[in-house]
Design a protein around this ligand. Structure first.
Ligand SMILES: Cc1cc2nc3c(=O)[nH]c(=O)nc-3n(C[C@H](O)[C@H](O)[C@H](O)COP(=O)(O)OP(=O)(O)OC[C@H]3O[C@@H](n4cnc5c(N)ncnc54)[C@H](O)[C@@H]3O)c2cc1C
Length: 394
């Protein structure tokens, strides 16, 4: 094998490069990125907005790292298509030929709901370093920041904006925070903690319009309620980047369809990370990106050498002063599961373990990192728990 092409330069791409290097010291790797920076971890964008890390600190790998790994980093060179039969890659700049294998790691883009006026100046999304720099600059000159979306990203953003002296308000169209990670009890406990930290949250507000002639001046709800805000940030979810693959004749569903080897519908072309759909699942979290990138890289070098069997979803919220982890099946709807909950309003903790046949299969830990670590260990080890009273004794 002589040459591998990787499309995208996020955590999936750099994980794959490391794994390929472990197996093969000689193969050349071309990395195509539509962004203008070397690799940076996306969670660090929050640190940039909060002024806790600088631009130079968050960009982890410069050209030297790629050179050391026998790789050529092609920045600001978006790929517009792949020719699966000749295994060539068409970028905006040129066509590159003769790849033995191609790995697609194009990630996700923010999903923006069809709200009237979202195209106005002063309305942002957060996915890339350029998005973060634009938000950071606008926050410093704006008086009120409205964050639409009560998920992890929305809350982390609000905390970062507050840390630099802003006045953020999180609004969500449903009556619960973090619906993908928490049950109602944990959401209420989190809400109290956020309010105690001085973060403002408004639940049950469905935004239908961004007001203002050219610049945003605020938002309006379905019931006509108005909130003033000259900076609006949409944190309303993500969708896999599949367009380039689809236009190249590669099968896509909600994401780029892959099998257990991370092979797409085309021989020699693999995909990994946020852009993939595996057995009907799409994710958008780093643990899956790491696992799928390693499997794809092994199979790129030696097809059939590694099989993906899934990743237990795990989320950790990094809002100053709050340790919140949710893992696995934390809110089952079937009577086959047993839930054990311990809450303490005085210190704002909320712990939940979900068991099936005496084995912990998921849970939530709000307010104690040690309990979170214990839950994660129990879920990963599948150990039999005889005494549920001891689950939260970390
Ligand atoms: C602010 C923020 C905080 C986050 N925090 C967490 C967290 O705490 N925990 C967690 O698990 N996850 C978190 N995530 C999600 C996590 O960052 C993603 O799961 C991860 O980045 C996925 O990696 P990836 O390499 O698959 O895709 P990406 O990191 O999205 O990288 C894909 C790259 O490909 C580029 N690209 C796309 N199309 C093309 C093309 N045609 N040609 C060339 N390049 C292209 C994209 O621009 C991008 O640079 C966070 C995300 C954000 C934005």
């Amino acid at each position: 094998m002589k040459k591998i092409g990787i499309i995208g330069n996020g955590v999936s791409a750099v994980t794959a490069i490391r794994e390929i290097r472990r197996a093969d010291q000689d193969v050349n790797i071309d990395v195509f990125s539509d962004e203008g920076y070397g690799y940076y971890p996306r969670p660090k964008l929050i640190e940039l907005i909060a002024n806790r890390e600088s631009l130079t600190e968050i960009v982890r790998y410069d050209h030297n790292w790629y050179e050391k790994n026998n790789s050529t980093l092609r920045l600001s060179e978006p790929v517009v298509g792949i020719n699966p039969s000749s295994r060539s890659i068409m970028s905006k700049a040129a066509t590159h030929f003769d790849y033995d294998r191609i790995l697609i790691t194009t990630g996700c883009h923010p999903f923006v709901p069809p709200i009237h006026g979202v195209e106005k100046a002063g309305v942002h999304v957060l996915r890339t370093l350029d998005d973060a720099l634009a938000i950071k600059e606008h926050v410093s000159s704006s008086s009120r920041q409205i964050i639409i979306g009560g998920g992890i990203l929305g809350i982390e953003l609000a905390s970062a904006i507050k840390a630099v002296g802003g006045s953020p308000l999180v609004i969500s169209n449903i009556a619960q925070l973090l619906p993908a990670q928490l049950d109602q009890g944990a959401s209420s406990a989190l809400l109290s903690r956020l309010e105690n930290m001085g973060l403002n949250v408004l639940l049950g507000f469905t935004c239908v319009q961004v007001t203002g002639p050219d610049m945003s001046t605020g938002v309006v709800s379905t019931t006509g309620d108005k909130i003033r805000g000259d900076c609006v940030i949409m944190a309303t979810g993500v969708k896999p980047n599949t367009k380039m693959a689809q236009e190249s004749g590669i099968a896509v569903g909600r994401g780029i369809t892959v099998d257990d080897q991370m092979l797409t519908s085309e021989r020699g072309i693999y995909a990994a990370g946020d852009c993939v759909e595996w057995k009907g699942f799409i994710w958008g979290i780093i643990p899956v990106a790491l696992d799928t990138a390693k499997i794809a890289a092994k199979n790129l070098i030696d097809h059939g050498s590694a099989t993906y069997t899934g990743t237990t979803p795990s989320n950790t919220l990094q809002v100053a002063g709050i340790d919140l982890t949710s893992i696995g099946n934390f809110n089952p709807k079937s009577p086959d599961y047993q839930s054990v909950v311990r809450t303490d309003e005085s210190d704002g903790t909320y712990f939940k373990a979900v068991l099936k046949d005496k084995v912990v299969v998921g849970g939530i830990a709000l307010g104690d990192r040690k309990v979170a670590m214990k839950l994660r260990r129990l879920v990963n080890s599948s150990e039999i728990v005889e005494n549920t009273d001891e689950i939260f004794d970390a």
